[in-house]
Design a protein around this ligand. Structure first.
Ligand code: FMN
Length: 300
């Protein structure tokens, strides 16, 4: 059987396949469906310093090839995460990634200082959430603003730092270069794509905030192109995500240079899809005579 172990940022992952933030909760529900210790890692639901109720009104809207969400970072806050969720997550015997969002610089920094003293393996800094009124994506659109926040967070962070980019950034390569210059240890992309939906009976937008975030198979070609561009622009490892539904999709992301990948919306379609994907990657490698993903990483 092919060896999928991936060592990056000083962390040993069983395989490069992680569960994406906001699509896997804190793992508990999925752990009742399959043995989630097979995953390379789990990204927590996006955390904020204080608990958040999330947005009112419709939060999820299906499209023929994707999902639009307007959750608004509903989460129990960093303190409750550390006290109640993290010990359970650590028992899942895989790498634990805390996804941290925020509205202000102070919120990010206080969140980081709390997470510094925990068993979290890696921080994924979300500067790309489109579903909160202030902050969130504001940090992820302009590269000079991203540089400022990532520099400050990195100086105060004693864990490896992965910065999650928005496809809504003005220029994705410039954004990635700015985050690398600010000290990011890796980049993950993409978060959801700004989108909208209309309820024609009500003659109104579906979401209270009008715009929300599109994910799922329809965004994969965009994600793949952006990962390709970013890999060519920076020297730090890149974690690719957006619309991954199969082992074939994972291989495509690896071929454009991703070191890690994340599975998001497809967890909602088939909750144990990670099992198929991990097996499928391994099978592909065996059939093609590939011993290590390094042999095909970034060949395009
Ligand atoms: C319901 C939902 C909630 C999400 N919440 C978060 C979040 O809290 N933090 C974050 O960084 N990304 C969040 N995302 C974005 C996903 O992690 C991922 O970047 C995006 O959905 C693209 O990948 P996919 O097409 O495989 O889902 C969320 C996505 C969905 C669908």
């Amino acid at each position: 059987m092919a060896n999928l172990k991936t060592k990056v940022m000083g962390i040993e992952f069983k395989n490069p396949i992680l569960a994406a933030s906001g699509t896997f909760g804190f793992g508990e529900e999925y752990s009742q469906i399959y043995d989630i210790s097979i995953l390379g890692g789990i990204c927590s639901k996006g955390l904020t310093l204080n608990p958040k109720q999330g947005n009112k009104g419709t939060r999820l809207w299906e499209t023929p090839m994707g999902l639009i969400n307007s959750i608004g970072l509903q989460n129990p806050g960093v303190d409750i995460f550390i006290k109640e969720e993290l010990p359970k997550m650590k028992s899942f015997n895989t790498i634990i990634i805390a996804n941290l969002g925020g509205n202000t610089e102070e919120e990010y920094l206080e969140g980081i200082s709390k997470l510094n003293n925990t068993d979290v393996d890696l921080i994924e800094l979300n500067i790309s959430c489109p579903n909160v009124k202030s902050g969130g994506m504001a940090f992820g659109v302009k590269s000079d603003i991203a540089h400022k926040i990532v520099s400050k967070v990195k100086k105060n962070c004693n864990k490896p730092l992965m910065v999650k980019l928005s496809p809504n950034a003005e220029n994705i390569s410039e954004m990635a270069i700015a985050c690398e210059a600010a000290g990011a240890d890796s980049i993950s992309l993409i978060n959801t794509v700004k989108a909208m939906a209309i309820d024609i009976k009500k003659r109104k937008p579906v979401f209270d905030n009008i715009y929300a975030g599109l994910s799922g198979p329809c965004v994969k070609p965009i994600a793949l192109r952006m990962v390709h561009e970013v890999v060519k622009s920076v020297n730090i490892p890149v974690c690719g995500l957006g619309g991954i539904m199969s082992s074939r999709d994972v291989i495509e992301f690896i071929m454009v240079g991703a070191t890690l990948v994340q599975i998001g919306t497809s967890n909602f379609i088939k909750p144990d899809i990670a099992v198929d994907i991990i097996d499928g990657v391994s099978e592909f490698m065996d059939i093609e005579g590939i011993n290590s993903l390094d042999e095909i990483r970034g060949i395009i």
